[in-house]
Write a protein that binds this ligand. Structure first.
Ligand code: AMP
Length: 300
């Protein structure tokens, strides 16, 4: 099934307690599409400036990602984000955020993209997400992500969006911020009551919680001893999850749970190196092998 993602395509500067990387390839749509491409063909929609190197575009294309929807704006600069991780490698602070070309982005999807069946609205403005939804009337599964920046700055559009989507993937801090509830189970349920049929709350190294009308469950993270850079873990989680759903072509409860497991494992690889560096070396065999270990871990 066709899978479309819209989100940020970025330059990231990352500071961890032991290393710094300047201006590496990042962005929610980049991590998402790269991971999802292990499962299904992906169509990417986003915007970059003139400074975005062709080699990054070629890297995405080398995984079969369709970049027809990647707009290049002459004379403009690409979105830039700088983050610093705290010693626990879970919490991070945004040190700099330059929307640049994303600031005035009004996406017009290529004709082909409008027929997509599975749609992921990765981190980006809820206002933009609403405009994308209007262009994809036939999507059978729409899942979105959001973050503190948009919860604080665009709360009304976000509320509107929540009423129009099937699923929401957010992290624990965002779920608390959005719901005003401290307890994560209550927070997840409160966010679901805002509109989506299901909500996934990511808890970093502690895994993810799933909420629907019928069930609530938790899946642990895969215990990776080597966390080099957690950036993109959430987007890779979503890419693994949506990629698997699109490959299976359904979103029954059983398929959703398997999809969450694949998302969990995709994220566990992403954090093992900076930017896309670990994903670039990832093989499907490694992913499947980790799934075998993960299943063994979960059975008792
Ligand atoms: P994650 O670690 O999965 O939450 O996502 C990290 C990615 O989100 C980075 O590669 C950033 O470029 C991107 N990002 C950070 N802030 C924003 C924002 N306000 N809007 C869109 N993308 C962002």
């Amino acid at each position: 099934m066709s899978l479309l993602v819209i989100g940020s395509v970025a330059f990231d500067s990352i500071e961890t307690p032991s290393a710094v990387r300047e201006q590496v390839l990042g962005g929610s749509a980049v991590y998402f599409s790269y991971t999802a491409s292990y499962f299904t063909p992906v169509w990417l929609s986003g915007v970059v400036g003139e400074d975005f190197p062709q080699e990054h575009v070629r890297l995405l294309q080398s995984r079969g990602i369709d970049t027809a929807g990647l707009q290049v704006v002459p004379g403009a600069k690409t979105f830039y984000w700088r983050g610093r991780y705290r010693p626990n490698m879970n919490d991070r602070d945004t040190l700099d955020l330059q929307m640049n070309v994303m600031g005035q982005y009004d996406p017009i999807l290529p004709e082909k993209y409008r027929s997509c069946k599975f749609l992921f609205l990765a981190n980006g403005s809820p206002q933009t997400h609403l405009r994308i939804l209007e262009q994809c009337p036939g999507a059978s599964l729409v899942v979105a992500d959001t973050m503190d920046h948009y919860i604080r700055n665009e709360p009304e559009d976000l509320r509107k969006l929540l009423k129009k989507i099937d699923g929401l993937v957010i992290n624990d801090g965002e779920a608390r911020l959005l719901s005003g509830e401290e307890n994560l189970v209550q927070a997840g349920q409160a966010v679901r009551a805002m509109g989506p049929r299901f909500v996934v709350v990511k808890k970093g190294e502690h895994g993810a919680l799933f909420f629907s009308q019928f069930e609530t469950y938790v899946l642990p993270a895969f215990p990776t001893p080597q966390v080099v850079d957690p950036t993109g873990a959430g987007d890779s989680f979503a890419g693994g999850m949506m990629g698997y759903l699109a490959r299976q072509g359904d979103f029954q409860p059983k398929t959703l749970k398997e999809a969450l497991a694949y998302g969990t494992l995709a994220a566990s690889f992403t954090v093992e190196d900076f930017s896309l560096d670990r994903l670039k070396r990832l093989t499907l065999e490694e992913l499947d092998q980790r799934m075998v270990e993960y299943k063994r871990m979960l059975s008792f």
